[in-house]
Design a protein around this ligand. Structure first.
Ligand code: DAH
Length: 341
């Protein structure tokens, strides 16, 4: 068994060797050598068993050790807790927080702007579920079962009956089923496709759909609404064009391009030298879709358009990799700290 003398000696050495570098070190030093529960106090308790002749000597050694531990503790505490100049305040919890607040995600900023622009001309916010049925995502939108148009959107099926929505067009149907006409809605939301993740494609992204159903609706109104939207998002001089296209739920259908923001239409890598970049799809609601929602196509018509929110954000902020939106890289996110529309 170690004699009490060697125990005192070992403890003195560890007190001496303990390097107090910061406040955490100081606290663990306190717990070990200053508090009432540490090994030093255990040695004091051993005094009971020390022979009477030795008691004085051992007591003196223990007291010296105790005061040197206490001295070391208060010296370190003074250094760590004393302001280095009289003006320096260690912590004032009443001060407002420093300039390190959170920031809005770029997608939130752009979504908010898109919503604002369309709310200004009477569109109302609507939403629908991310897990949906074949009916809302496909069949009601005039994608008949087995129709090849379903291959345009690679789908995550959750079961025979449920899938992850591949577009926000599914919300159109729910809104037409439930609401009175006329109807003007916008539906920003998350969508999913079974795509490999790369700089340009992702399996999860966001879209915003707009739908207008009323007695008098025509293609000119659609075009004017799109121009209003494009110029409010990208600048009042921005040119746009519509290209004939195909979507099962619109007839006629078009793809919406805007003049390339990088080369302003001259031709560059981003627009593959065409001067134009595609931002979404649009068209007049197919009468069959209205019928699926029990709306009489003889009395009512509609227009719709839909676009990817990431795509708009990438064009506006010149972001060249869609993966950045979901990586939570602070270096990336902090760039949007002071951005507001
Ligand atoms: N839902 C289509 C897609 O995800 C985009 C779209 C095209 C929406 C035309 C529309 C539309 O409302 O009219 O590819």
């Amino acid at each position: 068994m170690m004699s009490i003398y060697s125990k005192i000696q070992a403890l003195s050495k560890s007190v001496e060797d303990f390097n107090i570098k910061n406040k955490e070190d100081l606290e663990s030093f306190r717990l070990q050598y200053v508090s009432r529960k540490g090994p030093l106090m255990t040695l004091f308790a051993c005094m009971k068993t020390v022979a009477v002749a030795e008691k004085k000597k051992v007591g003196a050694l223990l007291n010296t050790l105790k005061s040197s531990a206490q001295k070391k503790f208060s010296e370190a505490k003074n250094i760590l807790y004393t302001p280095s100049s009289p003006h320096e305040v260690i912590a004032d919890y009443t001060l407002p927080v420093a300039d390190d607040l959170g920031a809005c995600h770029p997608l939130s900023i752009i979504t908010e702007k898109m919503v604002q622009v369309l709310q200004n001309i009477g569109f109302n916010l609507a939403e629908g579920p991310e897990i949906d049925t074949d009916w809302y995502n496909f069949t009601a939108l005039n994608f008949p079962p087995q129709h090849p148009a379903r291959d345009m959107q690679d789908t995550f099926f959750l079961s025979k009956d449920f899938l992850l929505r591949t577009h926000t067009s599914s919300v159109q149907i729910r809104m037409m089923e439930k609401n009175q006409l006329p109807l003007r809605i916008i539906t920003p939301g998350r969508v999913f496709r079974k795509e490999a993740i790369s700089a340009r494609t992702h399996c999860m992204f966001h879209q915003m759909e707009a739908l207008y159903v009323a007695k008098e609706v025509n293609f000119l109104q659609l075009k004017a609404t799109l121009l209003y939207f494009v110029q409010n998002m990208f600048g009042s001089q921005t040119k746009m064009r519509l290209r004939p296209s195909y979507f099962p739920f619109t007839e006629p259908s078009a793809e919406l391009d805007i003049a390339c923001q990088v080369c302003l239409g001259k031709g560059c890598a981003l627009c593959k030298n065409t001067g134009w970049v595609e931002i979404g799809g649009a068209g007049l609601v197919d009468p069959q879709v209205l019928l699926h929602c029990k709306i009489d196509p003889q009395k009512y018509r509609g227009f719709a358009f839909g676009m990817g929110i990431e795509r708009i954000a990438m064009l506006l902020y010149r972001i060249d990799d869609i993966r950045l939106f979901t990586e939570n890289d602070l270096q990336f996110l902090k760039q949007f700290k002071h951005v507001s529309f």
